[in-house]
Design a protein around this ligand. Sequence first.
Ligand SMILES: NC(=O)c1ccc[n+]([C@@H]2O[C@H](COP(=O)([O-])OP(=O)(O)OC[C@H]3O[C@@H](n4cnc5c(N)ncnc54)[C@H](O)[C@@H]3O)[C@@H](O)[C@H]2O)c1
Length: 362
Amino acid sequence: MSKRARASRRPVTLSRMPDHSGSPVLSLGVVGIGSWGQHVLAAFASTPRCRIAYVCDRDASTLALRAAAHPAARAVASFDAVLSDAGVDAVAIATDAPEHASLARDALSAGKHVFVEKPLALSTSEARAVVGLAERRRLKLMVGHVLEYHPALRVIEGMLERGDLGRIYYAYSQRINLGVVRQQENAWWSLAPHDVAMICRLFVAEPVAVAAQGQAMLQKGIEDVVFATLTFADGRLAHVHVSWLDPHKIRKLTLVGSSKMVTFDDMSVNEKVRVYDKGAECRQPMAAFPDAVTVRSGDIVIPKIPGDEPLRLECRHFVDAVLDGGPIRSDGAAGVRVVRVLEAGQRSLSSGGRLVRLSDVG
Ligand SMILES: NC(=O)c1ccc[n+]([C@@H]2O[C@H](COP(=O)([O-])OP(=O)(O)OC[C@H]3O[C@@H](n4cnc5c(N)ncnc54)[C@H](O)[C@@H]3O)[C@@H](O)[C@H]2O)c1
């Protein structure tokens, strides 16, 4: 076992109280309980071995509204109040993206394990600083790449591990809808973390370069739509299209392999994953054969996907990892990987689509 893996399995020290069955319980503070944070709060509240000790939001009406459902938790406007309580083991941060890194650093400095929403930070250097602090303090750090916990993604990963799809040629994704229009980040930073995280996971690699173009129509300098191409070291490509100004609601990833092709359609209720037995073979040398290309179009298989909610799986993974000392799937390193791609994409966007190498991002 590597030094890193040993460290990730090290038991952690908690100030927790055991529950009625004698099992240790994680005492958690949730900060930022707005549109998404309310779901994070509800998911942690229903997670075994987790007790919501604090709900925190600086907006008084949001705090009053959401705290009502958690009478056993203390409702506070100040994050410092959560951090200064030695009885709190961990915090979940679901505030606006520009504050993720600084709040995560504050929490780690106060000795708390951290779950932080995506993106981990708005720059690679900031993201690395958070990860470095977590490592030095030997605290758990998890980034909310919720689709990494989607049962459909796990099913596709299994297919890839078994070689069912053959060699992956390329991938593309669309995450588009009308709204939510954000003011502090563009559609790339808001929506693409999910696709970048999934693509890196499925390609078992991170891209070496990004070229992105976008358009800011509603607010000056904040792109509403982005088209980005990720290039991998072995020549594979992935294309990511994100927008919050589109008539369609699409959340779909397509992988094209040498043996089969697969789609993950998160808008579909019963057919989230479709596996197409489709492909093409070329006889060589092609010029010697009039029918050199054979196209195969076979069955479409729709595997059964467990109905578990990704956010609940994600929250449970965090609680289990802290209490039992196991590794985290979307850990700080995964968070940095995604932020690096986002930063390269942002530099490309700002230069009108120039190819930006990740090595230039740092
Ligand atoms: N994983 C996902 O699928 C997913 C989906 C949507 C949003 N998100 C992420 O969740 C985060 C929150 O998004 P949202 O749509 O809920 O935003 P929001 O604006 O609705 O909520 C943010 C809340 O945080 C509070 N807040 C901000 N800074 C604070 C501070 N320092 N102390 C206390 N409270 C503070 C605000 O008052 C607000 O209530 C964003 O980073 C976003 O990227 C993730």
